[in-house]
Each structure stands twice: as C-alpha cells, then as structure tokens.
Design a protein around this ligand. Structure first.
Ligand code: SER
Length: 538
C-alpha cells in the first residue's frame, strides 16, 4: 500500500466510524506556547477542556508535524523532523477507552493486515495511577496479546507546551517499533506542574505515516518508503539532507521564512545545514519533487510554490554572502589556523571544518575539537528543542542567550540578595531558562526591576572579558561557579564590567550591546526552594 492509499484508508476508516475528517492545520501552531505544530491534537486542544467543538466530538486528520526534539536522531532508522501524523480525536466522553482501543486494533490488524508484536499501557508512577482499564480492555480484545507496563517516560503523554490536557497512553508495537500512540486525556497539567482530573475523557491518537508506511511496505527504515524514495535518489541517499529539505519545503509553504529568531531560525538552520554539506544546488529540484508528490494532499504546497523557490534563492544568496565574508576573515588569518580561529569561522560564518582544511595549509584540528566540545558542554545542558553540532550559523542566538543568563543571574542577586545561586540553566535558540534558589513567587515589581537592570547593562555596551586562571584564583576573585567540578585545572572566568563574574566554559558575545531587549516571559516554581525564569531577547 502506498502512502497515499494509507492516508485515505485511515481517514475513510474513521469516517465510517463516526469521525469527521478535518484538514491538517498549519505548521505555525494556534498554541502560543510552542514554536511549531508537533502533534495532531494541537488544533483541538480547547475542546478537551470543555469548549464546544465546531466539528462535533469525534474527528480525524492527517497532520503536518515538526519536532526539533528528534533532530539528533535524524538519520537513524525511524526519526524525522517533519512527519505526517495520522490521528483520531474525541472530546467530551464521545469515545470510550474501549472503543478507541478496539478501533485501533481493527485498523492495524484488519485494514492494514499487520501483526502486533505487543502493546503497552501505563503502569503508574508517583501520584499518577496505573491504567488498569486499558490493560483489561486489551485482554478482552485479544487475549493472546502481550501487554507490557511502562512508566511515565514511555506511557504518559503531554501536555504540548507548558500546560494542557495530558494522560496515560497505550501504544502499539509492530516490527519492533512503536507505531501508534493512543492518549487518554484524563488530566490537565497546570502551570505549577500539578495534575488535575479532567471532567470528561478525551482521546488523542497519533501514528506516524512514515513509520506505518515503513512497516507496511516491509522496509528497514523510514527513508525507504514510497514518498521518500524520489527525494532520497535526488540527494544521493543522504538521509539528513532528505529530511531537512522535505521539512524546509513544508515550513516555507506555511509562510515561515528564514530568520535569526524562533521558527525562522529553525528553518534557516535546516537550509544552511543542507548548503554547508554541499547540497545547495539540490534545493529547487527537491522542492519540485515534494510539491509534485505531496501537492495533491496538501494544496498549500502548490499555492505557495513561488514563495518556496523565492525564499530558497534568497537564503542561498544570504549564505553565499556570509561565506564570502568568512572567506575574507579566513584569508586574513593566514595559512595557519588555530583551533579558536577555526571555531570562530565555524560558529560565526558557518564554515565546516572540511572547507577550512581545503583552504589553508594547516589547521589545529585537535584544539578546534576542544573548542567544539566546550561549546557542546553548553549544548548538553540544553533541552530537546535545540539544535546541536554541524549546523551552519550554529550558535549566534544561543551565545546571546548564554550571556543574557549571566546578566540575569547578576540582576537577581542585586534585586533579591546575594543568597541567590544558580540551580540550572538551559538554552535553546528561542529562549533562556534559569533555575535559581528562591522560595517565593517573584512579585511583579521584582520582575520589572530585574528586567530593567538587565536592559540597563545591555544598553551600557559593556565588554565581556575572558580570563584564564586556576580554580582557586577564580574563587578568590569572587567569581561565581556553578558547574566548577566539570572544569579542568585552569578555568575561564567571564566578567561583564563589575556587574557579573562567573566561571564558565563560554562562549559569550563580546559586548552586551548586541543582545537586544531582554524580557521575562515566565516565572514559576520548579521544586521547593527553586524558581525558574524563562526569558527572551527581542
Ligand atoms: N499527541 C500524541 C502524540 O503526539 C498522540 O497524538 O503522540
């Protein structure tokens, strides 16, 4: 069965069973707490919470989804950034657990004629009780099926964003991979992290089309299915390039344009990675293939075709200019390039190491690697949602957020007192997050004071200085150290005038003036005695 037939079969099956077919929503989500649409349920989120659904209480869709959280896995057998998700959804008790499980079972075994390896249910964890009901239902549906019980990590889903409906899941495994996630929305997770029972049961299922096509077409990985084949051929079977270009075409068709912020930044990095790997000339060809193969089902591709090509062209030109500037820098550096210089070319101009090696006589690769790892240290502290190595123009935004985190910590200590210490930090290209010791909710006035202080320091155009010293010297100089055990004998200390001084692996911006406007978007509790601030630079 080809992918087009699978989509159709899925929608027909659920329509026949009382579900209204709803078109995919845009990759620009209606849910403001996420950057991109990551799940089919997002366009229906309010209907799980009592708002009346204009489509009735049972719907189904094939939804365009984009997950940056899986980007490091792209290239393995089954992970993608962009994917299509088949889903059925019900609100207001319209579908019982029994009906949802029976429908899923019938679709997989009868319609798709696939054999289920096993299913899993939520075995309970902490205050969240085990889903005994689903276990019983599976036993009734097919007594020969093995029902495994897993914890929260595997069998509890949601919410998308910071708050919303969520609940235990039951999942179906075929050919060794999870293909269908059936979520029972029984809870509402609120901003403080508490789970409240919802008044009615909601059903939210999601099955990746690419995975289903892979198992049904007996392929070994998602890149071998019928929809990927022509794309893979055009890019010499480079999985990452195939994934990124297909994703970029869909993002562009939904009106996202490459930029240095938010969604635009995600898109820019996909495209620049493609170009840095030497596939820039394939972009138009892939756009044609994607539009041709997906255009029937997603008419927006055809409608926005010109935009897609136009933006690819613009981004190519922008990247070429950056490359040109980088080349000039490189020439200035001479024939012998230090690790730091190579890293600067990599992080600021998007120069892959290979390109540098081709252009000069000697590159200190070992120390490039060290610089790179130092940067990775920063990356590792960051959560899902952020990009890691290998992307051109890689770190500019994260570096800004990193420096802003130092300013924030210093400002908190000025406003709340010197007892405040850092408890954790997490940076993505979209925002910074800082956990710090403090037991009460910050008042509006305190938040305003902190913001004001950070913005004052930004406006003062302060240089960020880096010094190397021993750990003892650093401590004696009054530098704050959060992760000091991670460092070697010599540590780097970054100071921003006399306002902030921290032991830190870097990297940082050279001057605070490039940071833009600092804004706190959220302040919340993490655990007893620890608060969390999320902030952005505008
Ligand atoms: N929302 C769940 C998921 O994304 C099921 O649709 O897996």
């Amino acid at each position: 069965m080809n992918s087009e037939e699978i989509r159709e079969k899925f929608l027909e099956f659920f329509e026949k069973n009382g579900h209204k077919i709803i078109p995919s929503s845009s990759l620009i989500p209606t849910d403001p707490s996420v950057l991109l649409t990551t799940a089919g349920m997002q366009q229906f989120k309010p209907y799980y919470l009592g708002e009346k659904s204009p489509y009735g209480d049972k719907v189904c869709s094939v939804q365009k989804c984009f997950r940056t959280s899986d980007i490091d896995e792209v290239g393995d057998e089954r992970h993608l950034t962009f994917f299509e998700m088949l889903g059925n959804f019900s609100f207001n008790n319209a579908c019982s657990k029994k009906e949802a499980i029976e429908l899923a079972y019938e679709f997989i075994t009868k319609e798709m004629e696939l054999e289920i390896d096993y299913v899993s249910v939520f075995g309970g964890e902490g205050n969240l009780t085990a889903d005994k009901k689903s276990e019983e239902i599976w036993k009734q549906v097919d007594s020969s099926l093995e029902v495994k019980k897993f914890g929260k990590e595997d069998n509890f889903w949601g919410p998308t964003g910071d708050e919303g409906p969520c609940g235990p899941t039951t999942e179906i495994y075929v050919n060794g991979i999870e293909i269908w996630n059936i979520v029972f929305n029984e809870y509402y997770k609120n901003k403080d992290g508490k789970y409240e029972r919802l008044e009615t049961l909601g059903v939210d299922t999601g099955m990746g089309l690419e995975r289903l096509a892979m198992v049904s077409q007996n392929k070994n990985n998602v890149f071998e299915n019928d929809l990927f084949e022509p794309i893979m051929q055009a890019v010499s079977n480079n999985r990452i390039i195939a994934d990124h270009l297909r994703g970029a075409v869909f993002l562009l068709a939904d009106g996202i344009t490459p930029s240095n912020l938010g969604r635009g930044y995600i898109l820019r990095r996909l495209i620049r990675r493609v170009m840095a790997k030497g596939f820039g000339d394939k972009m138009e060809n892939i756009a044609d293939i994607v539009i041709e193969n997906y255009g029937n089902f997603y008419p927006e591709l055809e409608q926005n075709k010109n935009n897609v090509f136009e933006e690819f062209k613009k981004e190519k030109e922008a990247f070429e200019k950056t490359l040109e500037k980088g080349m000039k820098e490189l020439q200035k550096m001479g024939q012998k390039i230090s690790g730091e210089q190579a890293f600067l070319l990599f992080s600021t101009y998007g120069f892959p190491l290979e390109l540098i090696k081709e252009s000069v006589k000697e590159v200190d690769e070992a120390s490039f690697q060290k610089e790179f790892e130092k940067h990775q240290e920063l990356s590792r502290t960051a959560s899902a949602g952020m990009f890691k190595s290998g992307l051109a123009g890689h770190s500019e935004q994260e570096i800004k957020y990193h420096t802003a985190s130092h300013l924030l910590l210093a400002a908190l200590r000025k406003v709340l007192g010197e007892s405040v210490s850092q408890k954790g930090s997490n940076i993505t290209p979209e925002r910074l997050r800082l956990d710090f010791s403090w037991s009460e909710k910050l008042t509006d006035e305190q938040k305003t004071q902190v913001e004001k202080l950070v913005n004052e320091k930004i406006a003062e155009n302060l240089s960020v200085l880096r010094e190397e010293m021993t750990l003892d010297e650093a401590k004696n100089s009054g530098a704050l150290g959060v992760f000091e055990h991670k460092y070697g004998e010599k540590v780097s200390v970054y100071s921003i005038s006399d306002f902030s001084k921290e032991i830190c692996g870097g990297p940082h911006v050279e001057n605070t003036c490039v940071l833009g406007k600092f804004k706190i978007i959220k302040e919340e509790a993490v655990s007893a005695g620890v608060r969390r601030i999320k902030a952005i630079l505008e």
